[in-house]
Design a protein. Structure first.
Length: 250
């Protein structure tokens, strides 16, 4: 079984300095085989320069991954500062072997996922049957209920409710994940025993760590998941393969 981490970061912004070397070290130390990475340098709330273009920021990460066979990336969008353009579409399409999805962070964009500025990105994802990872959490219009509405309106794309509503009991998010065919959840920052009691459909959930946002705990937070990994092949491998790799071959 391969262990796929679908929620990994890289980049230098604000107080964060997350080097790719650190990511690779943590992966090797914890027997993580594959990672899907997004560049936090696209986080609009931390940006000092609105003229930064998402293509240039994502290109920098893509360049670092170009010779790896186990590292892939999500294109982190900047809907507050820029519109979806043909150049963005062409860049993603030209690098589809490495860019396996989109990343949306409503909190760091100060924008609900239902905002009209995000719609062109969702249209693109729907047209190209891409997987879209979206930060969900309590407050600031980040709740999974908004993503649930989007998921229904874009049935050809798949969506991941990252954190399944951080800072909640996750029950509302799990209800949406279990009931909407193209909506999935990840377990980032959810304790293993809590996950076991959530009642989330095992076909609708993937492993994501959010490393190395907190270098002090990193994968240590997930040690009980790893201790029981042979019980969770869908969580660690099969569902992620379906969302990020196999779906694009349909």
């Amino acid at each position: 079984m391969q262990l796929i981490d679908t929620h990994v970061h890289y980049g230098n912004i604000g107080t964060f300095d997350m080097k790719l070397e650190d990511v690779c070290f943590l992966m090797a130390k914890n027997n993580v085989d594959v990672a899907i990475i997004s560049s936090i340098e696209n986080a609009e709330a931390y940006s000092k320069n609105e003229e930064n273009k998402s293509i240039e920021i994502n290109k920098k990460l893509l360049y670092k991954l170009r010779y790896t066979n186990n590292l892939f990336m999500q294109y982190w969008i900047r809907p507050k500062f820029e519109y979806m353009t043909n150049d963005i579409a062409y860049f993603i399409e030209d690098n589809i072997k490495k860019i396996v999805g989109l990343k949306i962070h409503p909190f760091l964009s100060s924008m609900c996922v239902t905002d009209d500025k995000i719609k062109p990105y969702l249209d693109f994802a729907d047209k190209n049957r891409m997987t879209v990872a979206v930060h969900t959490a309590k407050g600031y219009d980040c709740e999974c209920r908004y993503l649930a509405d989007v998921s229904i309106r874009y049935p050809n794309a798949n969506f991941i409710a990252v954190h399944m509503d951080l800072a909640t009991d996750h029950k509302e998010a799990v209800n949406y994940v279990n009931s909407i065919p193209n909506l999935y959840g990840d377990v980032s920052w959810i304790q293993y025993n809590e996950y076991l009691n959530l009642g989330v459909n095992e076909d609708k959930v993937i492993f994501g760590s959010d490393i190395p946002i907190n270098m002090e705990t990193a994968y240590d937070f997930y040690k009980e998941y790893f201790s029981n990994k042979n019980k969770h092949t869908k969580l660690f491998q099969e569902n992620a393969e379906k969302l990020f790799f196999n779906r694009r071959k349909d």
